[in-house]
Design a protein around this ligand. Structure first.
Ligand SMILES: *Cc1c(COP(=O)(O)O)cnc(C)c1O
Length: 458
């Protein structure tokens, strides 16, 4: 018989999980004001809230931690990180930051001013937050296909080049500080951007003289999809594909909590020495000296090692197969999700799963609460709550898609956990006709409200 696939790692350290009762969960979620960010981790059985900083490090990474150099300036760990960024991503200049949004804060402090426009493919929430906080706006130029969850398209993270060019033509050059491309694109479902599309975006960036930025948290997963889906890349290594992807861009921001498989960390990388110097000023003010930027030496060491491991095909293959396994289970149960399965998560189409909950009552958040009650599974809403209110009209924004994200932490759960999550979702789906009421907001912050929002059952 054909030998089935298995991951190329084994488990060296384990952490116990508490299996709660439904009565306990009913009490806890009410105390958390129906916001899953408000739960204690001990109240969660399988935590699919995020894949950010929640992965398991390797023995090699832990060994690198022990060798961390904690010197304030010029530590050996900084140079390890510099070397990894140069060889894997190809940038000469970089600044460490404590995580991805800090990289955005530092870089955008230099580049973004009030009235500016930043086109891209469905900007990440913190990216959009840092743009809007500076009274600039993010323009989404994603291809229309990404809005149809049931349509199979290999690169739903792609930019519609016509939409992008329309924006580039509509504003004077000084108003567009850069084009921001998220690889893979979380907001449209962990969907990749093809190399062909990257080349097309780069050509427009050249034509209009607008710099190109990669928001790179999941760049390695993007490279995996290029290798497995795009003609001409089948026989190239992930590392080779990664080098080509980054060759087209001027700068990158990175949340290392994703594809560098560390629990904390980030950085900005540049080609321009001038920009590096300008950003250094803000890095020193907000993050720390330029050779640590809010990270300890041991964390920089783990990050350097993680960049190397995270760009190995065997690791990525196991990772993305696990996400696809969850997708296959949902296919079996007839539950709609953004197709095909993404790189780091499955995004359930909440409007199809809970058709009786009105949009003003937040169907994806309602589904998140139901899934928690059913199986102690923590997931996250990618819908109207996350979209925040319109900064001008203060009305709720209803994005085209109302999704529930089940993010899979790297090297953390087994496929049995995935089966539990899928079965819990099936049970909720089977009683969908009885779920007709959603939630209403009783407290919200003016920006990035999803983290601290408080709700009641409607
Ligand atoms: C996570 C993420 C960020 C923000 O990074 P943090 O480390 O959470 O601050 C920005 N962009 C993308 C695409 C991300 O996935």
């Amino acid at each position: 018989m054909e030998i089935p696939y298995a991951e190329s790692f084994r488990i060296k350290m384990v952490e116990p999980l508490y299996r709660s009762t439904r009565e306990e969960r009913e009490r806890w979620i009410k105390e958390a004001k129906y916001n899953l960010f408000g739960l204690k981790s001990s109240q969660v059985f399988i935590d699919l809230l995020t894949d950010s900083g929640t992965g398991a490090m390797s023995d090699r990474q832990w060994a690198a931690m022990m060798e961390g150099d904690e010197s304030y300036a010029g530590s050996a760990s900084y140079f390890n990180m510099k070397e990894a960024i140069k060889t894997i991503l190809g940038f000469d200049y970089f600044l460490p930051t404590h995580q991805g949004r800090a990289a955005e804060n530092v870089l955008f402090s230099v580049l973004v001013k009030a009235g500016d426009v930043v086109p891209g493919n469905a900007h990440f929430d913190t990216t959009k937050g840092h743009i809007e906080f500076r009274k600039a706006s993010a323009v989404d130029c994603t291809i229309d296909e990404a809005g149809d969850t049931q349509l199979e398209h290999p690169f739903k993270g792609n930019v519609d080049l016509n939409k992008l060019e329309t924006v580039l033509k509509a504003y004077p050059k000084e108003k567009i500080p850069f084009i921001c491309i998220t690889i893979t694109c979380n907001t449209s479902g962990g969907q990749p951007v093809s190399m062909e599309n990257i080349r097309g975006i780069a050509a427009l960036s050249q034509k209009y003289g607008i710099p190109l930025l990669f928001d790179s948290a999941r760049f390695a997963e993007n490279a995996y999809f290029i290798k497995t889906r795009e003609k001409g890349y089948e026989n190239k290594t992930i590392k080779k594909i990664v080098r080509e992807m980054f060759q087209y861009v001027d700068m990158m921001t990175m949340s290392s909590k994703k594809d560098a498989i560390v629990n904390i960390g980030g950085f900005i990388a540049f080609r321009s020495e001038q920009l590096f110097r300008e950003a250094s000023i803000y890095n020193i003010m907000f993050e720390g000296y330029i050779t640590y930027g809010g990270m300890s030496g041991r964390d920089m060491n783990a990050l350097a090692t993680g960049l190397d491991e995270g760009t190995e095909f065997d690791y990525l293959d196991g990772r993305i197969r696990q996400v696809a396994y969850l997708g296959a289970k949902l296919d079996e149960y007839g539950i709609a999700y953004q197709r095909p399965a993404g790189g780091h998560a499955i995004f359930i189409d909440a409007l199809k799963v809970l058709p009786h909950v009105p949009r003003e009552e937040f169907p994806a958040q309602t589904l998140a609460v139901e899934l928690y009650l059913e199986g102690g599974i923590r997931s996250t809403e990618i819908g109207a709550i996350l979209a925040d209110r319109d900064p001008v009209t203060r009305e709720n924004r209803y994005p085209q898609l109302e999704l529930l994200r089940l993010a899979i932490p790297r090297r953390t759960y087994t496929n049995s956990h995935i089966e539990v999550a899928a079965a819990a979702l099936k049970n909720v789906y089977d009683r969908r006709d009885k779920i007709t009421h959603g939630l209403k907001i009783v407290y919200e912050a003016p920006i990035m409200r999803h983290f601290t929002v408080e709700m009641e059952k409607n």
